[in-house]
Design a protein. Structure first.
Length: 360
């Protein structure tokens, strides 16, 4: 049966980068006979303008039956004056919660030719390829009780609750083990089990899952050490799995190691492995419509879509290799150019052409 891919170009540079990613998806569809069908819908500011809501009903219906979703970016100055509840970014929160996307995958890959862009020395990061698996719908960001109250003695007090059930830990753990199995076979679970009971349970559940995945080697690390190791020797990691709060922080550290926001893909998955795939960057209104946006983060997000939601790992490998070979030739968009003379600066579409040429 044909599998449905929903494209949500969104706002700003979103349509420009999704257009280029669609070309590699079309290529994969033909090359590997994947029987994909594509449909496009509105999300974010464009949806507010055309349909009166950031996550319109028509988009919701298509999202609920899609096998995978590719998003550009949402938001922009045009909608900045709207009340918080009506802004384009609400569309993103709404689709994440509607589809119960509890598993966030953030790879931090550093192509060898971009090592100079990292905040760390090239020899520490060249070839870096870490995947951070972050639980996205539980933990301290959602736990009850929460709030700010006034104690009987008149002093104000703030409270948040870090809470995870065994089931929540098991479902994110299982996806992390599966991801590790598709990569280097090493999973590091990050917690603070020396202090926090919620993460003692986290560690226990990860250990119990380990029996089901004998081909994956599981290790544990405290979060303070993990933060230190990520900047000391980041290439020691293959896959890291952690809760919502620790994942938020560690994924941003890992992202900085790669140096360029225009290169970073991401995915958020639910229990059916349907996922929303999107570049980490926003809608970049400052360069929208100028053919200057780097499409590679979205092209790499399309590769993740093929790998994690469409079981087309070969196609994903080909696309990642094509991106790597384009960089090797010295082809760059403005955001990843380092000023060396052997580099050629391309626009969005020409970078898409270069990836297509490398694929063919
Ligand atoms: P941004 O990521 O859009 O831009 C930050 C800087 O990086 C800008 O200078 C931009 O030109 C540059 N940049 C970003 N992506 C690039 C690319 N692919 N190629 C070349 N340069 C690129 O972040 P911002 O400026 O803070 O936010 C702009 C808008 O995007 C806001 O409305 C914000 O709410 C929204 N936003 C959306 C998402 C999302 O849709 N997931 C994420 C972050 C921000």
């Amino acid at each position: 049966m044909s599998r449905r891919v929903l494209l949500l170009p969104g706002d700003g540079i979103g349509p420009e980068v999704v257009r280029e990613a669609r070309r590699v998806l079309d290529w994969a569809n033909a090359r590997y006979v994947l029987d994909l069908s594509f449909v496009e819908a509105n999300l974010g500011g464009v949806a507010i303008d055309r349909d009166g809501a950031a996550y319109p009903d028509a988009t919701r219906e298509l999202a609920r039956v899609a096998d995978g979703i590719l998003l550009g970016a949402v938001g922009g100055p045009k909608w900045d004056g709207l009340p918080a509840a009506d802004r384009p970014e609400r569309g993103l929160l709404a689709i994440r919660s509607d589809l119960d996307l509890f598993c966030n995958l953030r790879p931090a890959m550093l192509f060898p030719d971009l090592a100079a862009a990292s905040s760390l020395r090239a020899e520490l990061v060249s070839g870096l390829d870490v995947l951070i698996v972050r639980e996205l719908t539980g933990g301290i960001y959602f736990g009850e009780p929460r709030g700010i109250s006034v104690r009987p003695d008149g002093v104000r007090e703030g409270v948040n609750t870090d809470r995870y059930s065994e089931e929540e830990i098991r479902r994110i753990g299982r996806l992390a083990f599966e991801a590790a199995r598709k990569r280097g076979g090493r999973l590091c679970s990050v917690d603070k089990a020396n202090v926090l009971e919620v993460t003692m349970l986290w560690r226990e559940v990860m250990d119990s899952l380990s029996a089901e995945f004998s081909d994956v080697s599981l290790s544990h690390m405290y979060v303070d050490n993990a933060a230190m190791q990520l900047v000391r020797e980041p290439r020691q990691f293959d896959v890291i799995v952690t809760g919502n709060l620790f994942g938020d922080i560690l994924s941003d550290i890992a992202a900085m190691l790669t140096g360029s926001i225009g290169m970073l893909p991401s995915a958020s998955l639910n229990a059916d492995s349907c996922g929303l795939y999107e570049p980490v960057h926003g809608s970049a209104p400052d360069i929208a419509g100028e053919d200057r946006a780097n499409p590679l983060a979205t092209i790499l997000s399309a590769a993740m879509l093929l790998r994690y939601s469409l079981s087309a790992a070969n196609a994903a490998d080909d696309i990642e290799r094509a991106v790597s070979s384009v960089l090797e030739k010295g082809l760059r968009t403005g955001d990843i150019a380092s000023g060396e003379n052997d580099q050629q600066i391309l626009g969005t579409e020409a970078m898409g052409d270069a990836v297509m040429a490398a694929l063919q």
